[in-house]
Design a protein around this ligand. Structure first.
Ligand SMILES: *[C@@H]1O[C@H](CO)[C@@H](O)[C@H](O)[C@H]1NC(C)=O
Ligand SMILES: *[C@@H]1O[C@H](CO)[C@@H](O)[C@H](O)[C@H]1NC(C)=O
Ligand SMILES: *[C@@H]1O[C@H](CO)[C@@H](O)[C@H](O)[C@H]1NC(C)=O
Ligand SMILES: *[C@@H]1O[C@H](CO)[C@@H](O)[C@H](O)[C@H]1NC(C)=O
Ligand SMILES: *[C@@H]1O[C@H](CO)[C@@H](O)[C@H](O)[C@H]1NC(C)=O
Ligand SMILES: *[C@@H]1O[C@H](CO)[C@@H](O)[C@H](O)[C@H]1NC(C)=O
Ligand SMILES: *[C@@H]1O[C@H](CO)[C@@H](O)[C@H](O)[C@H]1NC(C)=O
Ligand SMILES: *[C@@H]1O[C@H](CO)[C@@H](O)[C@H](O)[C@H]1NC(C)=O
Ligand SMILES: *[C@@H]1O[C@H](CO)[C@@H](O)[C@H](O)[C@H]1NC(C)=O
Ligand SMILES: *[C@@H]1O[C@H](CO)[C@@H](O)[C@H](O)[C@H]1NC(C)=O
Ligand SMILES: *[C@@H]1O[C@H](CO)[C@@H](O)[C@H](O)[C@H]1NC(C)=O
Ligand SMILES: *[C@@H]1O[C@H](CO)[C@@H](O)[C@H](O)[C@H]1NC(C)=O
Length: 542
């Protein structure tokens, strides 16, 4: 309906551009995500600047580029009062924030925030993922394409011209990205930005008749597809945040490219393969995706905002997702700004889901074991092997890996969680997660058991288990205090472990991703010779 109305609006001019809203054409769950995330962002919008203030807060009123663009897409979808004019203001600002020097590595990327000094200045050196973020070409470029596809009828010719110019430049800038060169890590295995890069190149090339651009997008997509089809999994596997971004990108592949694109051919299959893993790993009772997590921004999805939670909210309803009633007070709340994009794509996404997915997402399908392989070259020397056991109130998931770096491809000990236990205490979703300290791990997972071995370990190896806090057990002196779960530890490490607390206001360890934690660390004896091993046997309290 919005289409025919806005065609009318085109004929009638600016005044009538303000009549139609896309929002009421969405499913009610998508509408709720849309309306609530937009009214939250309305509160952060600085109309004078034509930017959102930094939605992370605590930024002394600096603004932020990426969330502003996401908000602008929402404004076009909502199309109420002066929404369209504000969206065009933001788009124009963001166009002006794009770096213009083709000789620089950050060419055509977007400023992180408008107040930042010129990247590359003597006092402001270019630091990838800091003073400039190469993935923002993709985050912003994909959103600009959505604007052109869904709402071009609302946009002035001049604004559309800016968008196409911006996309053409961003595509060229993205083509500078080669994994392993100039500190960049964009390999086709870095699923979420790789999917976005291929899409923007394929879409823009077609739109501006640049065959080389189209072909390079298609060729890049082919490399991503080949990695996926070997085991029907994304290389960047099982992440509350980044699986959600990859599903976003694959929706674009599926929705906005013509039949002659390899992306429109494989997009739906890859969506289905990815959802099929999600449907088995998501625990509807615990409202968490069971481990292991390649990249996580927290230990309990009920306490931080994830992009997957937004998909769940739009598809099965907020009350069944891991969002609380006010997602903006959760950790990692800045990702709530994805709300409008996910809402706009949700009904299309739903139309591609394999039969039975929504049922599995809504009600726990019973005790089961999930097994998969995932492969992330060149960081993975061999494919990773994933095993997850899920039961009503306890899940255990882990992966064997042999990698070039500690902390996985993103070299982040905080986000790589190769072995994770979660359980319901009745009060909390509790967790035990192995803090990665080695480049290789062998796991054996079965009902009630997590067996961890370091094939390359030695007497210096440690097993650090990051453990949640507990509502009914404030102060821990050992495993006895762990609420709701019996933990027996065996293996060849020294049985006397160290225990410390990582608290907001004290303790010798630190909070991790905002979560307060207990740190149980096992060491090997000084004279240890052999392969370090630690086995946890776990049983819920009766
Ligand atoms: C969302 O907001 C629109 C107005 O912008 C309203 O018509 C619609 O009913 C709202 N949807 C829900 C589910 O609240
Ligand atoms: C563009 O960047 C190159 C490489 O950093 C530099 O040598 C050149 O001076 C820059 N050009 C302008 C106009 O700033
Ligand atoms: C729209 O913009 C393009 C350039 O982006 C220009 O060539 C064309 O003439 C414009 N059309 C109208 C109706 O203004
Ligand atoms: C064609 O695309 C590739 C990859 O994006 C790029 O490196 C190359 O410079 C482009 N060639 C031309 C002539 O635009
Ligand atoms: C639902 O979950 C069960 C395992 O509990 C699995 O066998 C089935 O394939 C899943 N269905 C879908 C559509 O993912
Ligand atoms: C995963 O399993 C395959 C056999 O299916 C094996 O070749 C590979 O080495 C295993 N990966 C790890 C890290 O053990
Ligand atoms: C799971 O936990 C819930 C809530 O704590 C409890 O009511 C239920 O009996 C437990 N079920 C099993 C199988 O342990
Ligand atoms: C754990 O794995 C190690 C190494 O494979 C093995 O020796 C040990 O028996 C296992 N422990 C348990 C309790 O299964
Ligand atoms: C154990 O292995 C690590 C990493 O390979 C190495 O740095 C360390 O020196 C080794 N420790 C001993 C005691 O051999
Ligand atoms: C856990 O505790 C050990 C031993 O005190 C310490 O070396 C390590 O840095 C701590 N790790 C984390 C993640 O808190
Ligand atoms: C085990 O660790 C304790 C405490 O650090 C230490 O006193 C003991 O000597 C260690 N045992 C061996 C066999 O090294
Ligand atoms: C732990 O060990 C004790 C004593 O050996 C045993 O009674 C208990 O069942 C074990 N618990 C688990 C979870 O294996």
């Amino acid at each position: 309906m919005w289409k025919s109305l806005s065609t009318l609006a085109l004929a009638g001019g600016l005044l009538q551009r303000c009549q139609a809203s896309y929002v009421t054409s969405m499913s009610l769950n998508a509408q709720q995500l849309f309306n609530e995330s937009m009214s939250w962002m309305d509160g952060w919008y600085d109309r004078d600047a034509g930017y959102l203030y930094d939605v992370d807060g605590g930024a002394a009123l600096r603004h932020e580029t990426r969330s502003s663009v996401w908000y602008a897409l929402g404004l076009l979808a909502r199309n109420r009062d002066s929404d369209v004019l504000e969206a065009e203001k933001i788009i124009t600002n963001v166009f002006g924030s794009q770096f213009t020097n083709v000789s620089q590595q950050w060419f055509a990327d977007y400023q992180v925030y408008p107040e930042q000094p010129m990247v590359g200045d003597a006092a402001y050196p270019p630091v990838i993922y800091n003073s400039w973020d190469p993935n923002w070409r993709g985050f912003i470029g994909t959103t600009l394409v959505m604007m052109m596809e869904e709402y071009s009828d609302l946009l002035s010719n001049a604004t559309q011209g800016l968008i196409l110019k911006s996309l053409a430049a961003a595509t060229v800038g993205d083509s500078y990205r080669v994994g392993g060169v100039d500190d960049d890590n964009l390999y086709p295995s870095y699923s979420n930005p790789a999917i976005m890069r291929a899409f923007v190149s394929g879409w823009t090339g077609r739109r501006i008749n640049d065959a080389n651009m189209t072909t390079s997008g298609e060729n890049y997509a082919k490399e991503i597809i080949d990695l996926f089809t070997r085991a029907n999994t994304l290389s960047e596997f099982n992440s509350g945040t980044y699986t959600g971004v990859s599903l976003f990108g694959l929706s674009l592949w599926s929705k906005y490219l013509p039949d002659d694109s390899i992306m429109s051919e494989y997009g739906p299959k890859m969506l289905q393969g990815t959802w099929s893993a999600v449907a088995q790993l998501w625990h509807p009772g615990m409202k968490n995706m069971a481990g292991p997590w390649d990249r996580a921004y927290g230990y309990d999805m009920n306490r931080y905002v994830s992009v997957m939670a937004l998909w769940f909210s739009a598809l099965i309803g907020k009350d069944k997702s891991s969002l609380i009633s006010k997602p903006q007070v959760m950790s990692h709340a800045a990702d709530y700004a994805w709300g409008p994009l996910i809402a706009v794509l949700a009904d299309f996404q739903a139309s591609l889901l394999p039969e039975g997915t929504l049922m599995n997402l809504t009600a726990f399908s019973g005790e089961h074991v999930f097994e998969a392989q995932a492969y992330y070259p060149p960081y993975d020397k061999v494919p990773r092997n994933i095993t997850t056991w899920l039961s009503q109130n306890l899940t255990i998931g882990a992966e064997s890996f042999d990698e070039t770096e500690v902390g996985g491809p993103s070299e982040s000990q905080e986000s790589f969680n190769p072995a994770v236990v979660q359980w319901t205490t009745g009060d909390d979703i509790a967790f035990i997660s192995l803090w990665p300290t080695e480049t290789a791990l062998d796991v054996d997972v079965s009902a009630g058991k997590l067996n961890l071995t370091y094939p390359n370990g030695n007497s210096s190896s440690v097993f650090t288990l990051v453990v949640s806090t507990f509502t009914k057990m404030r102060t821990l002196t050992g495993w006895d205090g762990v609420q709701g779960l019996d933990v027996n530890v065996s293996g060849n490490a020294n049985t006397s472990y160290s225990l410390s607390f990582g608290g907001e206001y004290g303790g010798s360890s630190s909070t991790i991703r905002d979560f307060e934690i207990w740190n149980f660390t096992y060491s090997m004896d000084d004279d240890f010779v052999g392969t370090p091993n630690l086995c946890l046997e776990l049983k819920l309290w009766e």
